[in-house]
Write a protein that binds this ligand. Structure first.
Ligand SMILES: NC(=O)c1ccc[n+]([C@@H]2O[C@H](COP(=O)([O-])OP(=O)(O)OC[C@H]3O[C@@H](n4cnc5c(N)ncnc54)[C@H](OP(=O)(O)O)[C@@H]3O)[C@@H](O)[C@H]2O)c1
Length: 275
C-alpha cells in the first residue's frame, strides 16, 4: 500500500517502457514489507540535469540510470564510488540527505552472474565482443578479478579507447577474431547489442565456437548465438543473471537490506516466459 511515508526509487532512461526493473524491485519490496515504490521515468537527454535535481527536490531515495545517460549523468552528481569513477559510468544513484552518490553495479552484476554458475575468472582468457557502455563495466570487472581480456569491436577506435582506459588494470589486447585466436580463449562474451532483433547478424561466426568454450551473452532473454553455443555443447550463461545481480546490488545500496534474490529471479522468469 502506498502511504504518506512511502519512499520513491526510480529509473531514468530513454526509451524506458521496456524496463523490467520496476517489476523486479517492487516484487522484492512487497515480499520484504519495505515501504518503497519503484517507478520508471522517461527522461530525455536535454532534461537529465533537471531530472537529477528532482531527486533532491522530491527527496527520492535513489534511482537507476540506463541508456543513454550512464556517462553524462556523472557531471550532475556529488560523489562517485571507486568503480563508477574508474569506469566513467553510473547505473545507480543513492540520495543520502541531499548528497547524490553514484555507483556502477553492472560490474559486480556481471561477475556474480559468472560466479554463481561456478565460473572462475582469475587467469582465464576472455574474448569480449563489443566496446560500448556495458563492455566497459565487464572489462573492468574481469581485469579486477585477474582475468585476461582480448577485445574486438566493429569500430576499432572504441576498442582502443577501452584499452587506453584500462591498460594499467591488467592484461588487455585488441584482436581480430579468427580460429587461431578463439582456440586460445576460455570464455567468449557477447557484449554487443546484437541478438535481440530478428534480423541482427551474429556477433561471431558460430564455427569459431567449440565445446570447450564458456559462451556468455549479456543480451537477454535468449539470443540465436546462445542457442547455437548450446547446440555445440558449450556451457552457456545468459544476460538474465547480470540483470538480476546488478539489481540486487542496487537494492542493497538503497535499502541496506539484502535483496531477496530468489524472489527477484522468479519474477524475471515469470515475466520473460510470458514474453
Ligand atoms: N544483462 C544486463 O544486465 C545488461 C546490462 C547492460 C547492457 N545490456 C545489454 O547489452 C547490450 C549492449 O549495451 P551497451 O549499453 O553496451 O550498448 P552500446 O553502448 O550502444 O554498445 C553497443 C555495442 O554493440 C556493437 N554493435 C551494435 N550493432 C552492431 C553491428 N551491427 N555489428 C557489430 N557490432 C555492433 C557496437 O559496436 P560499434 O562500437 O561498432 O557501434 C558496440 O560495441 C544491449 O543489448 C543491452 O541491453 C545487458
Amino acid at each position: 500500500m502506498i502511504t504518506g511515508k512511502t519512499r520513491i526509487i526510480g529509473i531514468f532512461g530513454d526509451p524506458i517502457e521496456h524496463t523490467l526493473s520496476p517489476l523486479i524491485h517492487n516484487e522484492a519490496f512487497q515480499y520484504l514489507g519495505l515501504d518503497y515504490c519503484y517507478v520508471a521515468f522517461h527522461v530525455k537527454k536535454d532534461k537529465l540535469k533537471e531530472a537529477v535535481e528532482g531527486i533532491r527536490a522530491l527527496n527520492i531515495k535513489g534511482v537507476n540510470i540506463t541508456v543513454p545517460h550512464k556517462e553524462t549523468v556523472i557531471q550532475y552528481i556529488d560523489e562517485l564510488s571507486e568503480e563508477a569513477k574508474d569506469i566513467g559510468a553510473v547505473n545507480t544513484i543513492l540520495n543520502k540527505e541531499g548528497i547524490l552518490r553514484g555507483f556502477n553495479t553492472d560490474v559486480n552484476g556481471f561477475i556474480l552472474s559468472l560466479k554463481e554458475e561456478g565460473i572462475s575468472i582469475k587467469n582465464k582468457k576472455f574474448l569480449i565482443l563489443g566496446a560500448g557502455g556495458a563492455s566497459k563495466a565487464i572489462v573492468y570487472g574481469i581485469l579486477k578479478e585477474g582475468g585476461k581480456v582480448y577485445i574486438y569491436n566493429r569500430t576499432l577506435s572504441k576498442a582502443i579507447a577501452i584499452k587506453e582506459k584500462f591498460k594499467d588494470h591488467g592484461f588487455i589486447e585488441i584482436v581480430e577474431v579468427d580460429k587461431s585466436l578463439t582456440e586460445n580463449i576460455d570464455i567468449i562474451v557477447n557484449a554487443t547489442s546484437l541478438g535481440l532483433k530478428k534480423d541482427d547478424p551474429m556477433p561471431l561466426n558460430p564455427e569459431l565456437i567449440k565445446p570447450k568454450h564458456v559462451y556468455c551473452d549479456i543480451v537477454y532473454p535468449e539470443t540465436p548465438l546462445m542457442k547455437e553455443a548450446e547446440r555445440i555443447g558449450c556451457k552457456v550463461i545468459g544476460g538474465i543473471g547480470m540483470l538480476l545481480w546488478q539489481a540486487a546490488f542496487a537494492f542493497k545500496i538503497w535499502t541496506e537490506v539484502e535483496a531477496p534474490i530468489d524472489i527477484m529471479r522468479k519474477t524475471l522468469d515469470r515475466v520473460l516466459t510470458k514474453g
